[in-house]
Ligand binder design. Sequence first.
Ligand code: 13P
Length: 249
Amino acid sequence: MRNHIVAGNWKMNLNAAESQKLIEDLKSKKLSSDVRVAIATPAVYLATAANQTANSKIDVAAQNMHQADSGAFTGEISASMLKSIGVHTTLLGHSERRAYFHETDELLAAKVNTALKNGMEIIFCFGEELDERKSESHFDVVTTQLRNALFHLDASQWSQIILAYEPVWAIGTGETASPEQAQEMHAHIRAVLAAQYDDALAQSISILYGGSVKPANAQEIFSQPDVDGGLIGGASLKADDFAAIVNAF
Ligand code: 13P
């Protein structure tokens, strides 16, 4: 169902004590009741984070998971392991996973299938690189990313999918897509979903924007009609900033 969602992606930051403190600080903040809030912590903190947030409005998400159900995959984490510690949501397809860990659309389609088979919710990340935007192929790139990883799904499976458009050139760079650029792409994504499925499905999907969202720009970005929330990197590491972004709706 289409919701306002603000999710923090902590990436590979904070030690255990800092993680626990950030969560306690977040729990002490007044967070808008109209906004769903999630934090994707490093995997080693997920179990503690799930316990810490059990009676709060904060959901905990993984940053990644493996496509196999179990087996000889040293260092990897499965969907059933995540579920067994109370984590029911995972990011998939973050541009850093694509760039540094060679995650392809094909691999991501397999991860999507495994996550859904295990009843997980997915925050599926995608977005174009700077050269693709400069060459004006960004709409095609995004369409292809969605098609390759998600368009094999039945309409009913989309109830477990949240989309997160993250233009790579805006991640961690301080450069944000303008509200108009975000809206233009989100409207494109919804149109592509409507063409592939139908308008009802397109209108039911939450589409988040990610890339240098801060308290100072969140309200303007979130006010765009097709932007349903944000996936926040750097600013999710400070309780004050993250709470201000949540409350920017
Ligand atoms: P920044 O907010 O640090 O640009 O990161 C965005 C991001 O990659 C969230 O997944």
